[in-house]
Write a protein of this length. Structure first.
Length: 152
């Protein structure tokens, strides 16, 4: 049952908050190096152990975009519904609470947190917000990611 003219169904609303499949990622030196090279960032915090040991982090950390890779598990296993066949990425937002450190074991869990709709030039559009919580091996939340998907 939907509100008059709404594309957001009760079935869709029932999926809000349901967790997807957890993804576990081991933060290894080679993966950090490859990400740094891919983005062209020579920051010694990402690769130089001697330099990184002297910083407030006490060792190598990963570049902030490290958790944006497909391996990081953003939106993995999340059930989302849409009455439309087409969708596109509407943007990502990452809130960093702690650095991702070399040797960390990161667990990512995603869930749909919101559905909303808007009228576009060609009709209704569905906006789906998926939030991913990244925790380290000490069960500390290190990053919260929010991804927007637009279906039309």
């Amino acid at each position: 049952m939907t509100q008059e003219g709404s594309i957001i169904t009760d079935e869709m609303k029932a999926l809000i908050g349901v967790e997807g499949t957890p993804t576990v990622l081991e933060v290894e030196k080679g993966a950090i190096r490859m990400m740094a090279e891919a983005i062209g960032d020579p920051n010694p915090l990402w690769q130089d152990e001697d330099y990184a040991k002297k910083t407030k982090y006490g060792g190598i950390i990963a570049p902030p975009v490290f958790l944006c890779s497909p391996r990081a598990g953003i939106a993995r296993g999340v059930q989302r519904k849409s009455p439309f066949l087409r969708a596109l990425a509407g943007g990502d937002e990452l809130e960093y609470l702690k650095p991702v450190k070399l040797g960390d074991t990161i667990t990512a869990v995603s869930r749909v947190t919101e559905y909303s709709e808007r009228e576009g030039k060609r009709g209704k559009m569905l906006f789906t917000i998926i939030e991913t919580t990244f925790k380290n091996q000490r069960d500390e939340v290190i990053v919260i990611g929010r991804s927007t998907y637009i279906s039309y």
